[in-house]
Design a protein around this ligand. Sequence first.
Ligand code: NAP
Length: 525
Amino acid sequence: MNITGDMLIGASAVRGTEAKLQAIDPATGDVIGPDFHGGGAAEVERACALAEAAFDEYRAISPERRATFLEAIASGIEALGDTLIQRAQRESGLPVARLQGERGRTANQLRLFASVLRDGRWQSATLDSALPERTPPRPDLRMQKIPVGPVAVFGASNFPLAFSVAGGDTAAALAAGCPVIVKAHSAHLGTSELVGRVIQRAVADAGLPEGVFSLLVGAGVNIGTALVTHPVIQAVGFTGSRAGGLALVQAANNRPQPIPVYAEMSSINPMFLLPDAMSNRGPQIARDFVESLVLGVGQFCTNPGLAIAMEGPSLDAFREAAIAALTEKAAATMLTPGIHAAYEKGVAQLGDIEGLKQIGAGKAPAGPNQARPVLFETTAQRFAEDHRAQAEVFGPSSVLVVCQDQAEMVALATRLEGQLTATIQADAPDYESAGRLLTVLERKAGRVLFNGYPTGVEVSHAMVHGGPFPATSDTRATSVGATAIERFLRPVCYQNVPAALLPEALKDGNPLGLWRLQDGKLSHR
Ligand code: NAP
């Protein structure tokens, strides 16, 4: 499959008329052809008009047909083989093995949503029988969830496959029955086109209306803003910076009809190290923590940017082991020159904070856009006094915070901003303290994990990849896992609708064999 540098609007390949964009190899700074040309308001209008025209037909097709469509996208991505991996490798600087794993995850996500569609519970079919004898009489009430309408998705820089064109947001929205318009991330334009062409072909092969999918390209805020503010768009999925996410939330709120923006933005993923766990296995925790810190050059939203421990001899062993492990770690290429510059700036800003000192570092950079892993240390008191210590530094940088006692640790947890994850390292004698922390942390984070490391987000039914602000803009949602579909659905109640006009999912006799809540009882009859 050739990369042409075109946008994909419905069934067409469209050459943009706005500024030229080029993919850059971050490892060398070289331009990777071909040139792309950004789109503008006209292309947004065209993609939105097609999406609106496609919506009613797409949402009416059977869940089975939608499931098969998602599976065809998964197979199409796999069939791209090395072409996709090589292009993604050049554009992102990420290792081949990591990208192969990410491709598997992308396909699995699509297949998970296919299974969610077949399972049917996503529709939340609910029936409350009429009670004509009651005073006042109760009407016949039936509820199901339907798709919200066309969705805009912003591809993330740090997952060129799994959070990009056919990533979790797109898979969830397509599963829900929403046409999707993706704004490609400028960091992996060719990868985006390859995957976009797979979806475009799957739309055609499935006989779906062309507007079910479009892929737009463009640098700067204009195209993204035009997309989010277009009246056709009914929800937005975004992964990226806090500034970018908040700008889109604001643009969406300023529309005559405000719409939800599900923005996943910034998190420092605190890890709490309790005393018995530290004395039993502190050095091992330190080594595993460093592995998690440098994984993917720290460019994961779940990167452990904060470790919180208590003063004592086991802390010394932890610190020593962490510094030793870090010293062995090489600097590595970041995703883009911009992300590398932001990392350098963030590390310098941490270094400027009084009472926060660098205690360890990896090997010095040996090429362009390489990040050197770093570990800082401070006290809980200083951490509380300077809000900059809580800022996400996207990359392999972490801060070790030392508390005097458990009360100070709990107080620190209470003051933390919202997080995607919070980790507790605890052995059995720590459980009482861990329980106190858990009560605080379940209010702070979307996922609380014990005796593990936050990087590595399973795609499953129970996963939550979300959390209070600034981790996300909507604490009720997850962007990973089966329940991510909920973001793109809304409930509709059908009152006294004639049997002949009821949706299939709500008809008497349950012709689809769904699990339904019938007069308050779950039943599949
Ligand atoms: P970004 O700057 O937020 O950009 C993400 C996407 O949103 C891009 O397509 C960008 O367009 C678009 N965009 C950004 N601001 C916009 C605005 N005001 N209006 C309309 N569209 C806008 O994120 P990034 O480029 O991936 O990385 C920059 C920083 O984001 C990193 O250094 C890191 O701090 C953070 N980040 C965080 C996570 C996380 O998971 N928490 C993941 C990735 C990045 P362009 O294509 O024109 O840039």
